[in-house]
Design a protein around this ligand. Structure first.
Ligand code: ATP
Ligand code: MG
Length: 354
């Protein structure tokens, strides 16, 4: 009998995992993080997010024999511990330090340069829990500085991410590096273009493999990087399926959600093949619009969540063998004016291909 999988979390990532599981005959149950049901002893327990509330139910889950990836989930959710392990493995990151009680902004500027970010050690996502500190602005440091890391702002050329999975036998497979555009710290568009970052692919895979091996990790992991010249600096690691991997739903023979489940179950994990170029657009803070569906290539995923400004409400994948078709669809797609820059960013890259 197939071993059941339980996912801690009931958001869009959990939903897409259970959807992928249904298709391939994997049984996926979603657990409410506020009051999780305790799954049977044979169940494998994974997470949709590395952050969950601490309550008796989640504490019990962590003690369950089926709890997956205890190492990764103990270390990575805390930015201090995550950066420390990356340093130990000599994996390059943005220069960082731990602010001390009596540190003022000027002390940290001495170590990190004129522009740095304070990032809360725990709980931040979508750019929340972060403060940019510029020498020119004389920003006072908040009282949470000792529960944070300080990190130099990087003048990157672009941002890329590597999404891959490690199986129970330690074998890893990866998707091609994805290029990501963020607006105010939140991902708006991802692009997967077949050969754009081929020269960096091996290096990136070696980096993430080293970390997954060290943590004895099983399942899907994402590595977000800044690209500076031809150097990759790790921004952060997510021990789960990742927004920058959503394009694989249309752009690869095995999508990231399915790959995560296959890895957990010890099922076959051949190298996914990709289908040319794919673009993914996040629908941030928008109400549902049937006009999106007038664009013939728009594959809409709507999360059915309560509307909140800026919230990830859904995403649209655009996939076609000819990048110019994707560009046409992207131009047609009704999006608010604050997407103009994100759209122009993607169109510019697609035009180089066409
Ligand atoms: P998410 O969980 O959505 O990935 P997050 O809240 O964990 O986001 P980060 O990934 O740390 O936040 O940062 C979000 C974005 O902010 C980055 O993708 C990048 O665009 C920008 N950013 C973060 N750190 C730096 C840095 N050191 N230098 C320059 N830009 C940065
Ligand atoms: Mg990030």
């Amino acid at each position: 009998m197939t071993q059941p999988i339980a996912i801690l979390g009931m958001g869009q990532l959990g939903w897409m995992l259970s959807r992928a599981g249904e298709r391939i005959g994997a049984s996926v149950q979603l657990l409410d993080p506020d009051a999780p049901e305790q799954p049977g002893p044979n169940t494998l327990i994974s997470v949709e997010s590395e952050h969950w509330p601490d309550n008796p139910g989640t504490r019990q889950l962590r003690a369950h024999p089926g709890w997956q990836n205890p190492n990764a989930l103990d270390i990575l959710p805390n930015r201090i511990q995550q950066k420390t392990v990356l340093d130990e493995l000599q994996l390059p990151t943005a220069p960082w330090c731990r602010p001390k009680d009596d540190d003022q902004a000027k002390d940290l500027h001495q170590t990190l340069g004129p522009d740095f970010l304070l990032k809360r050690a725990r709980g931040g996502y979508d750019g929340r829990g972060q403060l940019r500190v510029k020498a020119s602005e004389a920003t006072p440091l908040p009282d949470w500085k000792t529960e944070a890391i300080a990190e130099s702002a990087i003048g990157f050329d672009t941002e890329v991410s590597l999404v891959g999975a490690r199986g129970r036998d330690g074998r890893c497979v990866f998707y091609p590096l994805t290029e990501n555009y963020h607006r105010q710290g939140v991902l708006t568009v991802s692009l997967s273009q077949p050969t754009r970052f081929s020269a960096l692919q091996r290096t990136a895979e070696t980096m993430l493999t080293k970390l997954m091996d060290h943590l004895d990790y099983v399942g899907l992991m994402a590595m977000e990087c800044f690209l500076v010249g031809d150097k990759l600096l790790i921004n952060e690691i997510a021990p789960r399926v990742h927004n920058s991997g959503h394009w694989t739903q249309e752009g690869a023979t095995i999508c990231q959600f399915e790959l995560h489940l296959r890895a957990l179950l010890g099922w076959p994990m051949p190298q996914p093949e990709t289908r040319g170029t794919t673009a993914m657009v996040n629908l941030l803070g928008m109400e549902h619009q049937q006009e999106w569906l007038a664009v013939t290539g728009a594959r809409l995923y709507w999360y059915n969540k309560a509307h909140r400004p800026g919230r990830k409400m859904g995403h649209i994948n655009l996939q076609h063998p000819e990048p110019q078709r994707i560009a046409d669809w992207l131009r047609e797609l009704p999006l608010p004016a604050d997407y103009d820059e994100s759209r122009a960013w993607a169109l510019e890259r697609l035009s180089f291909e066409g």
